[in-house]
Design a protein around this ligand. Structure first.
Ligand SMILES: Cc1cc2nc3c(=O)[nH]c(=O)nc-3n(C[C@H](O)[C@H](O)[C@H](O)COP(=O)(O)OP(=O)(O)OC[C@H]3O[C@@H](n4cnc5c(N)ncnc54)[C@H](O)[C@@H]3O)c2cc1C
Length: 418
């Protein structure tokens, strides 16, 4: 197997145009202002990045996307993480919309595609994912929301919580991928009868709640909504009845890759901001950068960041290989080179390593700079607060990633909760 991650001319061009755009619209001051002002997320940032074709860039051209691969999409996420280390832009546009958006497009009917996926690719609407419920976050199968068939319609009841972008979705229009039970609930948490739907946020019976007061990634809202006797036509169903769990895991995989990739950019930014300071600042007559205690930490951080970068390149390339071989969703069992669980293991490795390393990078840099590092004059504190969202839970907490890795190493018989 040959890995060659030399950037192609096309990748270079795309990355250059994203970088130039970010240098203009995601400057240090602009990102700090976004973080200070809080949600809703600025629509002009969404529209700007969408106009470059990099939001949901992996959606096929015939469905309104750019048809790029995950390797390239990961490189773009890395650039966005560098310019907005609060991670709000990467969270909204790369993880939620791009990771999940591609998967949503794969299982959508033409109606959902035309009315929601395409307008989200253009930056007109917001599409998100709502799996978490009051009774179940990590345990995706512990959901209680239901759908009952009534003629050609489904009647949906339930509640979703800690959902990214609820305020933005309500303001701009759009909706969410939801999972509901379409048959009897077996005892204990089970993904049996889990079916996925697309829920327009303005559907009658949807009540959007006030966003939470989060600790970080302040420019993007996190909220919840209740669904009471919401009627959805059958064409709002995603894929087949009862297959929702598998589609959802695929969505998580794609979103997690984008988070791992964004964290490379955040760590590089932390290094780039910290290095000039530690070279300049003197204590006891010498620059901080002369002390081995700091040099060693910097060298270790750099080593780990480069390891993360290689792992992310490999992982996105594996996912590209998998999609290329699978062809259409109906042929998912035909993967040749990599088993889906093998790819999922690599994805969990980078979703675990990326946020934990970015958090550590921000924490270390704050300490290297002393009091200055604790101010908003540098990116460290906002990066630390933002990245923490991906450590505690967003797209699956760290322990959940470790469980996925261990399951692949030990076999399904050792899954602790079974
Ligand atoms: C900022 C933010 C944005 C979010 N956006 C979305 C969104 O857009 N859509 C959505 O559906 N959800 C979203 N979430 C919710 C996220 O998916 C959940 O936080 C996550 O699934 C964890 O669920 P929980 O918070 O209920 O924690 P719990 O499931 O209660 O877990 C608590 C802690 O225990 C750990 N843990 C759980 N089970 C085990 C185990 N078996 N072994 C060891 N440790 C374990 C977890 O890793 C976690 O650290 C978001 C969360 C945050 C913080």
């Amino acid at each position: 197997m040959v890995f060659d991650f030399t950037e192609t001319e096309n990748q270079k061009l795309m990355i250059k145009s994203v970088r130039e755009w970010c240098e203009r619209y995601l400057t240090f001051e602009q990102v700090r202002e976004m973080d200070d002002r809080g949600h809703p997320f600025p629509k002009e940032i969404v529209e700007g990045l969408c106009s470059l074709g990099v939001v949901m860039g992996t959606v096929p051209v015939e469905h309104g996307g750019s048809g790029i691969d995950w390797l390239t999409q990961g490189m773009i996420s890395e650039v966005i993480g560098y310019y907005d280390p609060t991670i709000a832009t990467a969270a909204a546009l790369m993880a939620v919309e791009t990771g999940w958006g591609f998967t949503l497009d794969r299982y959508s009917s033409q109606t959902v595609r035309e009315n929601y996926v395409k307008p989200a690719i253009n930056g007109e609407k917001f599409v998100g994912i709502a799996t978490t419920e009051p009774g179940g976050g990590s345990d995706v199968a512990a959901f209680r929301s239901t759908a009952k068939k009534d003629g050609d319609e489904w009647i949906i009841n339930g509640e979703k919580t800690f959902i990214s972008g609820t305020e933005e979705c309500e303001k701009w229009g759009g909706g969410y991928w939801i999972n509901v039970r379409t048959g009897p609930a077996p005892p204990g948490a089970s993904h049996r009868n889990m079916t996925s739907f697309f829920l327009p946020i303005d559907a009658e019976g949807v009540e959007v709640q006030e966003p939470y007061k989060d600790a970080g990634r302040m420019s993007l809202s996190t909220g919840g909504f209740k669904m009471e006797d919401v009627k959805l036509p059958d064409e709002y169903r995603l894929g087949e009845v009862g297959r929702g769990f598998y589609y959802t895991m695929e969505g998580f995989d794609n979103a997690r890759m984008m988070i791992g990739a964004s964290c490379i950019g955040i760590i590089q930014r932390v290094i780039d901001e910290a290095v000039p300071y530690i070279k300049e600042r003197k204590t006891f007559g010498r620059p901080l950068a002369k002390y081995e205690a700091i040099q060693f930490e910097l060298a270790e951080l750099y080593r780990e960041m480069e390891a993360l970068k290689l792992m992310t390149r490999k992982t996105t390339w594996m996912q590209d290989t998998r999609y290329r071989e699978e062809g259409t969703p109906e042929k998912t069992s035909e993967a040749k080179t990599f088993k889906p669980t093998e790819v999922a293991k690599w994805i969990s490795l980078i979703k675990w390593k990326g946020p934990s390393l970015a958090l550590e990078a921000a924490r270390k840099a704050m300490i290297w700079l002393g009091a200055a590092g604790y101010t908003k004059e540098y990116v460290f504190e906002s990066a630390w607060r933002g990245v923490m969202s991906y450590v505690v839970g967003a797209e699956g907490g760290l322990n959940i990633q470790k469980l996925v890795v261990a399951r692949e190493l030990l076999g399904r018989g050792y899954v602790p909760y079974k």
